[in-house]
Design a protein around this ligand. Structure first.
Ligand code: SF4
Length: 428
């Protein structure tokens, strides 16, 4: 029984080369003496990607063409701890994300990319990909592809990959896979196969080796004698992280349940800043917090919304369906969260009094938050929310707001006083 694979019957069409790759990958890893959790497999979109659920290894399922970038991040973050990073990708994904492959090869990141090259997009109906050979028929080139496919191994090799290899996907290919896995630095194996469902049907009688010979994409190995990427070379990314402001978390586990909060206003009106202040205030009291911002691609116009979950326990999922508390200070902001406000059956809504309040089951507090200036309206409403609901003490929000480097023109103390009826005292 394989320690890497969870099951023998893999969920591919009969005769699919992906089955051979998965089983030979497992065989090579087991021969190397690796435990399943020594390995992280990153998959891409495509038929090959359904292997995730069949593996005992760590698995990450990436976006189409982006699995190499994901693998690169994992390799930089964990590679030195002895994890083996393997990226499974199809011919479609590898041409969509070609730049990621070239960059990982150029840096010589310690990872292996296994390209499942069946010369077309199998999962979406057999369309031509960037690796489809000239003359090969697909559902989008019924007369045969008029262009040659990329020579992926040549591209990886000339970009600096420590090891590149191409092999026909027949028989035992665990040897060349093992060679790639044992390479220090970047390795790429292109396994050429024919998808029985489309490739075989559209190209009857064509043999794999004949296609490889005709296209000039012959089996082979190409080596660059290079040292793998060392984390010292990537110090810059560490520097970026060190620029992040740290918040001293509170020691005590605070009481209560998780609370979900939406702050919604207009771009340029300090919504994300206020959300950051609320998040930092909660963290300083010992809460776990997630913060997520949404705004249109054209930053600077339209809505700006922040979603926070504040919890005494670790937050496992940062999505909010129906919130517990909502603060809305502009038309744009209201439109963006209207559906969720209307769905509230309880909780609290703090809404600027200039806005028409939608039907909602939440307790509504309407106040002229914008009277203190549009750019300060959300923070003002935050003080009111804190005072009314007791979610956090307004004094803690004040303290974090004053420490956050807000311009002196932002009347933090006045906002707190107006919201709570208590005068602010002392400096943080
Ligand atoms: S459609 Fe093609 S690539 Fe996808 S599982 Fe079936 S044979 Fe394999």
């Amino acid at each position: 029984m394989s320690t890497i694979l969870r099951r023998k019957d893999l969920p591919y069409c009969k005769g699919c080369g992906h089955d051979l790759i998965a089983k030979n990958t497992a065989k090579a890893l087991e021969r190397m003496g690796l435990e399943a959790l020594d390995v992280t497999v990153v998959t891409d979109i495509g038929c090959h990607g359904i292997i995730d659920g069949c593996l005992n290894t760590h698995t990450v399922h990436g976006l189409h063409g982006r699995s190499v970038a994901l693998g690169a991040g994992i390799a930089m973050g964990t590679g030195e701890k002895g994890n083996k990073i393997i990226v499974f990708i199809g011919d479609g994904g590898s041409t969509i994300g070609l730049q990621h492959i070239l960059e990982a090869a150029r840096l010589n990141l310690d990872m292996t990319v296994v390209v499942h090259n069946n010369m077309l997009y199998g999962m979406t109906g057999g369309q031509t990909s960037g690796l489809t050979p000239c003359g090969f028929k697909t559902t989008t080139s019924s007369e045969g592809n008029p262009w040659s496919g990329y020579d992926l191994c040549a591209l990886a090799h000339t970009s600096g990959a420590a090891f590149s290899g191409r092999v026909a996907g027949v028989g035992d290919i665990s040897g060349i896979l093992q060679e790639a896995f044992e390479t220090g630095g970047f390795s790429l194996i292109e396994v050429v196969e024919i998808c029985p469902s489309y490739g075989v049907r559209l190209n009857p009688g064509k043999k794999l080796r004949e296609i490889m010979e005709d296209s000039g994409r012959l089996p082979g190995r190409w080596v660059n004698d290079r040292k793998p990427f060392m984390i010292e070379q990537g110090k810059k990314s560490e520097d970026l992280l060190s620029e992040l402001k740290t918040i001293a978390p509170g020691n005590n586990v605070p009481p209560g349940n998780a609370v979900s909060v939406i702050l919604s206003g207009s771009a340029g009106e300090g919504v994300q800043l206020a959300a950051g202040i609320l998040a930092a205030a909660a963290v300083s009291l010992g809460y776990h917090v997630t913060q997520k911002g949404s705004y249109p691609v054209t930053v600077g116009v339209g809505f700006s919304t922040a979603e926070l979950i504040i919890s005494p326990r670790t937050v496992m999922y940062h999505g909010i369906d129906i919130p517990d508390m909502v603060v809305v200070t502009s038309d744009d902001g209201l439109e963006h969260c209207r559906r969720r406000v209307e769905a509230m059956k309880r909780g609290s809504l703090f809404i600027d009094s200039s806005l028409e309040c939608p039907p909602t089951g939440a307790v509504v507090v309407a106040q002229d938050f914008r009277s203190i200036g549009a750019r300060n309206a959300i923070l003002f409403a935050l003080f009111r929310m804190a005072a009314d609901t007791g979610i956090l003490q307004p004094e803690v929000i004040r303290s974090i707001a004053l420490e956050s480097g807000l311009p002196a023109t932002v009347p933090v103390d006045k906002m707190m006083e107006l919201a709570t009826g208590r005068a602010a005292t002392g400096t943080p």
